[in-house]
Design a protein around this ligand. Structure first.
Ligand SMILES: Nc1ncnc2c1ncn2[C@@H]1O[C@H](COP(=O)(O)OP(=O)(O)O)[C@@H](O)[C@H]1O
Ligand SMILES: [Mg+2]
Length: 394
């Protein structure tokens, strides 16, 4: 099963691109399901079809779902929900409703990832497309399998201690309700599921992330950071989709000026993302709504190629850490291996200049005040070494 995750800043066109991809996949005969995880759902508008919180069929080979976390909370996870409620009441907090639990961080993406598991188990789809909420939130959520395991380990440990403490203090009043066997089992299940989700998410032959952006400064900056963090979390970013590119034939002074501006931003995009595969979609003049428009968009982005293809099984950038040294690996093929210059750029970035080429990489927070030790080539990869000034966050 192929899983394609679309991400990017709000308004850049994630939902449109995801919907266009889904429609093209279905047309090519792939059994496709598209899931919208954003709370502000617009997938239904895009298809011009009313969607729901349950999977429904949109057309031949195409199913869709607008995930609603409150619905998920009400229909699933009931034993844990009941337990957390009981726990809250014991702590003097009013009964907690499904609506309130739904706002716990990470719940939405966790629910989405459980659907991915369910789809994989059932074997009913060839392609799963996920339209995610804007960058920052999703980054947190995509690292969720790691975070949640830590969280669940803690919770699980705490609950186990509570159970054994209860045994030791028989006769005394314990003012915290003990988790039932069922609750403990559900937590075990979630933990197992998260392990499986993590395996699916980090399997580069099947699961990849596509970043959508516009040729404008803010989306470029945000996407650079997203790219860095995704690489840091071992997720495969396989391509970039630059949407709302002005067609070269625009007229009028204002538009011509915009076009010039976009040229500069395109350059910036190459500086930050080469040799990542880049695909383009022009800005359409009419509203992007309905199957016909989505087909037009799919034509611009994919042409005759297969939109479910895995464009790259590795991100051209990754991080490693060894004996107190952090290493940033960036694929830089066809580059003269001498005269490499490194600079610190704005916004916690590093600028790499090698001959005529310039690369700008956003650094993760953990390396914000690290010392740059230098760079060397390891095959096609340029390796930039950092020494952290102080251990952070441990
Ligand atoms: N290539 C395009 N040409 C014209 N309008 C577009 C294009 N891509 C997206 N839009 C419009 O831009 C708005 C935001 O797109 P959307 O897909 O909802 O973005 P996101 O999901 O990233 O917030 C929508 O009104 C959509 O119809
Ligand atoms: Mg959207």
């Amino acid at each position: 099963m192929r899983t394609i995750i679309y991400n990017g800043k709000g308004g850049v066109g994630k939902t449109s691109v995801a919907a266009a991809t889904a429609r093209r996949c279905a047309k090519l005969g792939y059994r496709t399901v598209i899931m919208s995880v954003d709370t502000a759902h617009s997938l239904g508008d895009c298809f011009d079809v009313k969607l729901s919180a349950e999977v429904i069929n949109v057309e031949k080979n195409l199913d869709a779902l607008e995930l609603n976390i409150i619905h998920e909370m009400r229909t699933k996870w009931s034993s844990i929900r009941d337990y957390i409620s009981a726990f809250m009441i014991s702590q003097g907090v009013e009964d907690i409703t499904a609506e309130e639990m739904a706002i716990l961080p990470g719940m939405e993406m966790a629910a989405a990832l459980f659907y991915v598991l369910q789809f994989k188990d059932s074997g009913e789809y060839d392609v799963v497309i996920i339209d995610t909420p804007p960058t920052g939130e999703t980054l947190r959520l995509l690292s969720f399998p790691d975070v949640s395991n830590w969280y669940i380990d803690k919770l699980f440990g705490l609950l186990k201690r509570m159970v054994s403490l209860a045994r030791m203090t028989v006769g005394k009043v314990i003012d915290v309700p003990l988790p039932s066997r069922e609750v403990m089992d559900s937590i075990e299940d979630i933990k197992d599921n998260m392990e499986m989700v993590k395996k699916i998410l980090e399997d580069p032959e099947n699961t990849t992330i596509r970043l959508v952006l516009n040729p404008e400064r803010m989306p470029i900056n945000e996407t650079m950071r997203a790219y860095t963090y995704l690489c840091l979390y071992n997720k495969t970013v396989e391509c970039l989709i630059v949407n709302k590119v002005l067609p070269p034939e625009v007229d009028g002074n204002f538009m011509k000026k915009k076009l010039e501006e976009q040229k500069d931003y395109m350059e910036l995009i190459h500086e930050a993302f080469d040799p990542l595969k880049i695909m383009y979609a022009y800005q359409l003049q009419t509203e992007l709504r309905g199957f016909e428009k989505l087909d037009e968009m799919a034509d611009m982005i994919f042409g005759d190629s297969d939109p479910a293809e895995v464009y790259a099984e590795t991100s051209p950038m990754h991080f490693e850490s060894e004996g107190g040294t952090d290493m940033l690996y960036i694929k830089m093929p066809f580059i003269e291996k001498d005269d490499i210059e490194l600079f610190r750029g704005n916004n916690n970035s590093v600028i790499i200049r090698a001959g005529d080429h310039k690369r700008t990489v956003a650094l993760p927070m953990t390396l914000s005040d690290a010392e740059m030790l230098g760079a060397e080539f390891d095959g096609e990869d340029l390796v930039v070494k950092f020494k952290r000034v102080k251990e952070s966050g441990k």
